[in-house]
Every structure is written in C-alpha cells, then in structure tokens.
Design a protein around this ligand. Structure first.
Ligand code: CAA
Length: 385
C-alpha cells in the first residue's frame, strides 16, 4: 500500500526580524549571518502565539470538513511544550473541531520528534487504511538575547495529512535511525532557554549523518546519486549545506543536489529554525520553489534531533503533486510585519503575569487565525478568529 503525505501546510507568526538589524545591534558583521550561517530573517512569536496556535493555523490551512471527520490520530512533535502533562495535540484537536474518537499525543526528541510522528502515522495507516493522521511539527526557537544561537532563532509550524494513496509524496520503507546519548543541545525543566554546546552540536549533526548514511547505503543499496533532491534538518541553512557536502562523493551529484538545496532553503532562510518542523519546511520550500523536480523523483531526508536521534528516509513524488501546493507563499512571508530591535527585545522578554489564582489579564488582541486570549485558573484559553 502507498502511504504518505497527502497535504502539507505551514504557519508562522506575523512578526519578522531582519538579521542585518540584529548584526548591527550585536556589533557583528552582517555577512556572518547572511553568508556564514546562510540566514537572512527570523520569525518572532508574540506572547499570544505558541505551539498550539501555530500548529492549529498550519493544520487549518489544509484541512477540509471531510478530513476533520476522518482523522483519528493527531500527533504534535515539539520541543517547546506549553504543558508538561497535557499534549498540545489535544488542544489543537479541540480548536480544529476534529471528530472526537481520535488519539491525540505529543512526541518529543528535540528536532526529531515529528519525524517519529510521521513513522507512527504511516504504521497507523498501514493498519487502518481508511483513516487519516494529522502530523504537526510546531516549535518556537529562543536561545537568548546576545547568545551564540540568537541569529538562528525562529518560530512556526508545519502540518501534514498522512493517508493511503497520498497526492504529494509516498513515503518509502527504507528508514534507518541512530541514537547517541550526548549533550549537544538540551533544555532542563528548570531552564527557559536551551543549553547548547554549539561547535560540538554541529560536529554531531554531521557525524550522525555520515555514519547513518553509510548504514543506509549498506542496508538499502541506494546511492546519493539515485535521488533528485535532499531535505535535511535546517538549524540554520549553512549546516544543511555542510551536511550535503559531507556525503556527496561525486561533483555531478553535489552540483545537482546543491541546486535543489538552494530551492529547499528559500523559506528556512526567512523563517529561521523551527526545530521539529524545519526539515518539513525545507520539503515545502523545495516543492514550491523547484521547477526541476517531477513526478516519481525520489527525495532523501535527514532528520536530526539533538541528544541525539537521527533518521534517514526517503519519499517519491506523486503525479500532479504541484496542484496541492501554495505558490504565493514567499510573497505572503514578505508581507510580515518587520520589527525594530527594540520591538524584538520587548517581545522576547514579554511574559504573562498571573495573579494568585493563576489568572492573567486579557492578552493584547491578536488577529491571527488562532490566538492565546488569556490564562484562567492556570488553564490556557485560546480563541479562533
Ligand atoms: N563573513 C562570512 N562568513 C563569516 C563571517 C563573515 N564576516 N564571520 C564568520 N563567518 C562564518 C564562519 O566562518 C562560520 O562558517 P564555517 O562554519 O563555515 O566556518 C560561520 O560564519 C559561523 O561562525 P562561527 O562558527 O564563528 O559562529 P558562532 O561561533 O558565533 O556560532 C553556532 C555558530 C555555534 C552554530 C551558533 O550559531 C549556535 O550555537 N547555534 C545553535 C546550535 C545549532 O544550531 N547547532 C546545529 C546542530 S544541532 C541541531 O541541528 C539541533 C538544533 O536545531 C539546535
């Protein structure tokens, strides 16, 4: 049975910071971010946006009423949870009005969680071919003001509908994973921002890729030259490019896949790191910005979550996949509200104040499709606009 991605959608907050402004404020050379990291802008989430509102918005952009009546599993991959116990998927299920007899869960392993969600969705459809699974990758990446990771922050969510006979991409059965117990990027429960061993994390990203790819080749007999494109986890675009360069052994393949890679980072460059969703944002960018791809082309994926778990897998493009995309997405991203440095820092430090009953004042109005309206008795109250 063919199982895979039937629909894919994306949402980001309305605010954006130009990394040239950040460079100036941090006395850095703008080319360090633009050329050194291959990033130009980053999405910034106000206090009224979180993984629930962004995930719901991404999903609402692709789902029909018929989908909502058929979905029987909602999976949210994230590493920026708003609750240690209640899954964001439960709140999203409610906001979207998905039929009640569904399983809703949250999955965590740094930036890898949603990839595990995709595999679980595939197994579920294999068992129940008539059902549909909603897989959402939703994250807000905040490293800290003037931290090394600051220019690689971002916010956003990707939603995918996984079904039998998908209209965009069939997922192949060639997954190879690796687990390594390391501390390269992590966030203890008592910390607001992640702890990062920056250089070590970049080395682990690449070493996990090269060693897993060797294993993938040995197990499947596939070569990099068999693929039309490669999508990687994109903490910042240069990291992905370095990954591709680390496994491309011949010049022709490297040149061809580098051309596709440039198309696959169009959105990531202006959104920043969205952790679990960044590999799927890269897929969306590839599909919507490449004129070279065609049906039946194979796409290779490298998903990496610090800590660390990674996975290499692949998919095949379905005839007519172009009809299920949004071709004006970059124009929309270019219409976001550009923040000054003062506004960015004000939003960065904004916190919801609670009284002794765990209740906040009404939060500022937010016209996004979904927004956090207030906290009442420690419960997050969302609205649909
Ligand atoms: N013009 C052009 N390039 C310049 C430049 C200039 N003026 N100044 C510096 N550069 C280049 C550097 O040469 C370097 O490029 P190379 O790596 O190709 O040599 C690049 O810009 C970055 O410079 P530095 O290494 O000096 O930058 P840094 O030390 O300030 O920070 C970082 C780099 C460690 C990656 C930091 O951004 C960071 O900590 N990021 C967060 C961690 C991260 O993203 N890790 C990735 C792997 S882990 C993962 O993937 C999970 C996840 O999502 C977090």
């Amino acid at each position: 049975m063919n199982i895979g991605i039937d629909k894919i959608g994306f949402a980001a907050p309305d605010f954006v910071l130009d990394l040239a402004d950040l460079a100036q404020a941090r006395s850095a050379d703008p080319n360090k971010f633009k050329i050194g990291l291959l990033q130009s802008e980053m999405a910034v989430a106000p206090v009224t946006q979180d993984i629930v509102t962004l995930g719901a918005q991404a999903a609402a952009s692709i789902l029909t009423e018929e989908d909502k009546a058929t979905i029987d599993m909602v999976i949210v991959g994230t590493e920026s949870s708003v609750d240690q116990s209640k899954a964001a998927a439960v709140a999203i299920h409610g906001l979207l009005g998905i039929q009640p007899f569904a399983r809703s869960i949250e999955m965590k392993e740094a930036c890898y969680g949603a990839t595990a969600g995709l595999s679980l969705a595939k197994s579920h459809i294999n068992q129940f071919p008539d059902s549909k699974v909603l897989v959402i990758a939703s994250d807000i990446a905040k490293y800290g003001i003037a931290s090394g990771g600051e220019p690689t922050q971002g916010a956003g969510a990707v939603a995918m509908l996984v079904t039998a006979d998908p209209r965009i991409m069939v997922l192949n059965n060639d997954n190879v994973c690796q687990t390594r117990d390391i501390y390269d990027f992590w966030r203890p429960n008592y910390d607001k921002y992640p702890r990062v061993d920056g250089k070590f994390s970049t080395e682990q990203y690449t070493d996990c890729l090269t060693t897993t790819f060797d294993h993938y080749q040995a197990k499947t007999g596939q070569q990099l030259s068999d693929f039309a494109a490669m999508c990687l986890h994109i903490p910042f675009s240069k990291q992905g490019l370095k990954g591709l360069q680390a496994i491309a052994k011949d010049e022709e393949t490297l040149t061809r896949l580098s051309d596709r890679f440039r198309e696959a980072i169009v959105y990531n460059k202006v959104v920043g790191n969205i952790y679990t969703g960044s590999i799927f944002l890269s897929l969306l960018s590839l599909l919507e910005n490449s004129r070279a791809l065609k049906a039946d082309d194979q796409v290779l994926f490298y998903s990496y979550g610090s800590g660390a778990v990674c996975e290499i897998f692949s998919g095949r493009l379905v005839e007519g996949y172009q009809e299920h995309l949004e071709m004006d997405r970059l124009d929309k991203l270019n219409q976001r509200t550009r923040l000054s440095m003062d506004q960015y820092e004000q939003i960065f430090f904004e916190e919801i104040e609670l009284d002794e009953t765990g209740t906040s004042a009404d939060l500022p109005a937010d016209q996004s499709p979904f927004a956090l309206a207030k906290i009442q008795d420690h419960r997050r109250i969302y609205i649909k606009n």
